[in-house]
Ligand binder design. Structure first.
Ligand code: PBG
Length: 326
C-alpha cells in the first residue's frame, strides 16, 4: 500500500491566488487628513514623510482628488488658529473641522467623511479633556470633558460629517455622543469609537502633525495600559453597549492580539488604526534601504486584515490605491 506523507500544496501563482485566505482591496482603507487654520499652503510634516497639513482653502480639493483615486472615506483632524482651556475651537460653528467638512461634502458628496472628535488639538494644555490643576497635580475632568466632546460631535454632524470618531477615551462618552446626536436629529450619523486606545509611544509623530503634545503630564490616566488585554475587551464591550457602530483598536501591529480577540469575541465591525509612529518606522527603514516599502506595507496590511480588521486607517491609503490597482 502506498502511504502518502503529508505535504504542502505546490503553488503556482494561480494556485496561490485561488487559496489565499486574506485579500486586500482598495475598499479596505481610510485616509487620515489634517486641516489647519494656521497655514495658507500645504505644509509637510517632518516626522511623517509624505504627509501634509492642508489649509482650509486646499482641503476640499485634496479630498476630492483622494476620492478620485479610489479612497472611499477619510478621517479628518483639525488644527485651530488658537487654543484655550475650554477647547472652544472644537465645537465652534465655523471651526476648522466644521468648515472643512462642509466644503468637502459640498464638493464630493460621495466621499464618506469621518471626523476625529477630541479636545487635545484645541486645549491650550494639549490634553484630551478639560483639566484642573491642584498644585503639582492635574486632573482631567471626565464629565465636563464628555459634555464638550458630545457638543463637538453634534457640531461635526451639523456640518455634514457622515460619522464621528471620539478618540479621547473619557468614560461614558459614547453614550453621551449617541444621545446628543439623536437629540439634535442626527440619528443617522454613525459612531466609530476608538474603543481600545492604548497609551502609546507610537503617537509621537501624530502629535507633531496635530500640534497636540500635552504641555504637562501624559495621557496614561485616560488611555489604556499596553499591558492590559482583558481590560481592552471590557472597554470595547462598554462602547458597543453605549451605541458604537464600529470599534477601533489602536495602535495596530503591537496589538494584533487585541484586534483578534475583539473581532472574535464581539463579531462587530472592527477597525484598526496603523498609527503615525508605526508609519514613521517603516518610512525610516525604507529610506535607509533596509526594507522595501511597498512589500512591507502590503505585508503589514495583510496581517491586520488576517487578525480581524474590517478596515484599516492608514497614512498609506493613497499609495495603496495605486499598489492594489492590479
Ligand atoms: C487624538 C488622537 C491621537 C491619534 C489619533 N487621535 C493622538 C493621541 O492620543 O495622542 C494618534 C494617531 C496617530 O498616531 O497616527 N486624541
Amino acid at each position: 500500500m502506498l502511504v502518502h506523507r503529508p505535504r504542502r500544496l505546490r503553488r503556482t501563482a494561480a494556485i496561490r491566488n485561488l487559496i489565499r485566505e486574506t485579500n486586500l482591496s482598495r475598499h479596505d482603507f481610510v485616509l487620515p487628513l489634517f486641516v489647519s487654520e494656521k497655514i495658507e499652503r500645504a505644509k509637510a510634516i517632518p516626522s511623517m514623510p509624505g504627509v501634509h497639513q492642508y489649509s482650509g482653502k486646499e482641503i476640499a480639493a485634496i479630498a476630492q482628488r483622494a476620492h478620485e483615486s479610489g479612497v472611499q472615506a477619510v478621517l479628518l483632524f483639525g488644527i485651530p488658529k488658537s487654543k484655550d482651556e475650554q477647547a472652544s475651537g472644537a465645537y465652534a460653528k465655523d471651526g476648522v473641522v466644521q468648515n472643512a467638512v462642509q466644503q468637502m461634502k459640498e464638493r464630493t458628496p460621495d466621499l464618506t467623511v469621518i471626523t476625529d472628535v477630541c479636545l487635545c488639538e484645541y486645549t491650550s494644555h494639549g490634553h484630551c479633556g478639560v483639566t484642573r490643576l491642584d498644585g503639582e497635580h492635574f486632573h482631567v475632568l471626565n464629565d465636563e470633558s464628555v459634555a464638550l466632546i458630545a457638543k463637538t460631535a453634534v457640531s461635526h454632524a451639523a456640518a455634514g460629517a457622515d460619522m464621528v470618531a471620539p478618540s479621547d477615551m473619557m468614560d461614558g462618552r459614547i453614550g453621551a455622543v449617541r444621545a446628543a446626536l439623536d437629540q439634535a436629529g442626527f440619528d443617522q450619523t454613525g459612531i466609530m469609537s476608538y474603543a481600545a486606545k492604548f497609551a502609546s509611544v507610537f503617537y509621537g509623530p501624530f502629535r507633531d502633525a496635530a500640534e497636540s503634545p500635552p504641555q504637562f503630564g501624559d495621557r496614561r490616566s485616560y488611555q489604556m495600559d499596553p499591558a492590559n488585554a482583558d481590560e481592552a475587551l471590557r472597554e470595547v464591550e462598554l462602547d458597543l453597549a453605549e451605541g458604537a457602530d464600529i470599534v477601533l483598536v489602536k495602535p495596530a501591529l503591537p496589538y494584533l492580539d487585541i484586534l483578534w480577540r475583539v473581532r472574535q469575541r464581539f463579531g462587530r465591525p472592527t477597525a484598526v488604526y496603523h498609527v503615525s509612529g508605526e508609519f514613521a518606522m517603516v518610512k525610516a527603514a525604507a529610506e535607509k534601504g533596509l526594507v522595501d516599502e511597498r512589500a512591507a506595507v502590503l505585508e503589514i496590511m495583510t496581517s491586520l486584515k488576517r487578525a480581524g480588521a474590517d478596515f484599516i486607517v492608514s497614512y498609506w491609503a493613497l499609495d495603496l490605491m495605486e499598489w492594489l490597482k492590479s
